[in-house]
Every structure is written in structure tokens, then in C-alpha cells.
Design a binder for this molecule. Structure first.
Ligand SMILES: [Zn+2]
Length: 324
């Protein structure tokens, strides 16, 4: 009698619980396997994998595991917001993502858009004379190195602020102040390699949704777009005066960044293999793939993110070079 009444109470609870609607699905499972414990009680959402199996379906549209995935004891990995029921489904979804990224997004055409030469901008504004421009150009030619701005400052005594202002006009972007720079807090915005290779400096976060990204003398719109897609933050790029930029950039490179794995893959299938394998190893609660110039950047969140940027120790990056 007590056992019977307990069973009845359990059954009643189940049917009134929000999950009650799912119970008939289990009863109709094609293999006839019941989701019960040794005492014959229905386990509902507490069996391994229940959360993923019952409440999510595999994000691979061509997944053929059917109801089998209910029995797979994995709630991760999640890739681009969708759960993958098996390594095979991870690989198929990764292949589609790699294809998407290779088909143009993140390519570098934007970087080479024609711009008015810096000397002309400055001449037009009346900030330098034609003789100053000629002498600086001659010095640049003779030295065979250095940007024109550098020679205008060094040889013609033009102020650095004015050259930066002209670069801002040339790139149609703001000149950003450096102010207080919290390198450590901004390090999770992108891998150290990008800060180094693309001369970028995450400057600050505003209102938890806007990331200011600084550059010394040329913007990198491809990188800015990639960071925007990866972080979900709006990215505003601008120039920072060189003498302020360089020490801050050096300091930033010394701070600790999320762990990163660098991989060179020889073919597209190899790229897919490497990326899918990483996801299966880390089993992230979220992961995303974006292209940055000739690299694919995979970020994997090991724990849920609280706040506008993840904690350094909670994400792992993989950068895969995709060759020429
Ligand atoms: Zn699947």
C-alpha cells in the first residue's frame, strides 16, 4: 500500500510537471527501450544526456541518428548555438561553416580600397607646404623605408597630432584617446596573435556593448568585422597617436591571453578535421568560427560567459592558417 501510493504520487507529479508532454515520446521510442531505472520508475529529465536529448535536437540538418541521439550521453559540444549529437555531426556542421567562411566573408578586399595619399590630405588641409611634402618624400625615397608621416614628423617638424589627424581623415575614422588602458580586461577580445600580427589594440569597452579598437596608422576592417562577429559586440575602429599606441601595444602583448593553438592545415578537409576534433576534445558550451584574412579563428567557451567578454581562463582559441 505505501509503495503503491508512492508510485501513484510520483506518476501524478510527472503528469503535472512541465515535462509531462515528453513522456509519451519516450513510450513510443522505436527501439522499445524504456527510460526507466531498475525499480521501473520513469526517470524523466534526470538520465544522462536528458537535457540535450530531450530538449534539443541535433543541429546538423542531415543528422540521421533519429531518436538515437536521446540516448547519447552528451549535452555538449555546442557549435554556433546548436548542439551536435555525434563527432560525425560536428564534422558535417564544421565543413559547412568552413565553406561559408572560405566563400568570401572575412576576405581582404576591403583593406586595399584606394585612399587619398596622406601627403595630399595634409596639403589640401593646408597643414604642410608643397616644399615640406617634397622634402619628406625625397627623404623617404632615399631611406627606402618609413611611412611618410614618420618623415614629416622627424624631418619637417610637423606635429604628431596633426599627422594622426590627417590619417583619421584619410581613413575616415576617429582619432581615439588612449586614456586608462586595462590590457588584462581586454585580452579576451581577440587572440594575442592578432594583436601582434595586425597591429590592433583593444582600447576599451563602452556600455558593455561597444568595443573600441585602436590602430597606429591603418585600420583593419577585416579584423574589426571578425571581432564583431565573434564577440557579438559592436566594434568601432580608430587611430591612436603613434607615441601613445606603441607602449600600450607592447604592454598589451605582455598580458595573459586565452590559451591558443596554432595549426597549419594543407587542405580544406584537413582544416575541417582539425577544427572538428578540437571541438570534440574541448566539448565547449559554445563555439564559433570566423575568418580573419588567411586564418580561421575558432573560439571555444569552456564555461558560460557572464559579461561582455569571456574570462581569459574560460575560453580557448584555435587559429588555423588556410594558406594562399
Ligand atoms: Zn546528429
Amino acid at each position: 500500500m505505501p509503495i503503491l501510493s508512492r508510485r501513484t504520487a510520483a506518476d501524478r507529479m510527472e503528469r503535472t510537471s512541465p515535462d509531462a508532454a515528453l513522456v509519451p515520446l519516450l513510450d513510443e521510442f522505436p527501439m522499445g527501450r524504456r527510460n526507466t531505472d531498475s525499480a521501473g520508475r520513469t526517470l524523466g529529465r534526470n538520465f544522462p544526456g536528458a537535457r540535450s536529448g530531450l530538449f534539443e535536437t541535433c543541429a546538423n540538418p542531415s543528422c540521421d541518428s533519429g531518436w538515437l541521439h536521446l540516448w547519447r550521453s552528451r549535452s555538449t559540444p555546442i557549435f554556433e548555438g546548436g548542439w551536435n549529437c555525434s563527432p560525425e555531426c560536428t564534422a558535417i556542421r564544421m565543413h559547412a561553416a568552413v565553406r561559408r567562411e572560405m566563400d568570401g566573408r572575412g576576405s581582404s578586399q576591403e583593406s586595399y580600397r584606394h585612399r587619398i595619399p596622406l601627403g595630399l590630405v595634409m596639403l589640401e588641409q593646408g597643414w604642410i607646404s608643397s616644399s615640406q611634402l617634397r622634402k619628406a618624400l625625397d627623404a623617404q625615397k632615399a631611406a627606402g623605408s618609413g611611412r611618410l608621416g614618420h618623415w614629416l614628423i622627424r624631418q619637417q617638424g610637423i606635429s604628431e597630432q596633426l599627422v594622426t589627424k590627417a590619417l583619421g581623415l584619410q581613413w575616415s575614422c576617429p582619432v581615439l584617446p588612449l586614456g586608462f588602458h586595462d590590457a588584462e580586461a581586454l585580452a579576451p577580445a581577440m587572440p594575442r596573435l592578432f594583436v601582434d600580427a595586425f597591429g590592433a589594440l583593444p582600447l576599451r569597452l563602452a556600455a558593455s556593448q561597444l568595443l573600441y579598437l585602436g590602430f597606429e596608422d591603418r585600420l583593419d576592417a577585416v579584423l574589426a568585422l571578425a571581432v564583431e562577429r565573434m564577440t557579438g559586440l559592436r566594434v568601432e575602429s580608430g587611430l591612436v597617436q603613434g607615441s601613445l599606441f606603441r607602449p600600450a601595444h607592447t604592454r598589451m602583448l605582455k598580458t595573459s591571453f586565452p590559451p591558443v593553438e596554432l595549426v597549419e592545415a594543407v587542405s580544406e578537409p584537413a582544416v575541417v578535421h582539425v577544427l572538428a576534433r578540437a571541438i570534440e576534445r574541448v566539448r565547449p558550451v559554445e563555439s564559433r568560427l570566423v575568418r580573419v584574412h588567411d586564418c580561421l579563428w575558432l573560439r571555444m567557451w569552456r564555461r558560460r560567459q557572464h559579461g561582455p567578454l569571456p574570462a581569459t581562463e574560460n575560453v580557448e582559441d584555435l587559429i588555423c592558417s588556410i594558406g594562399a
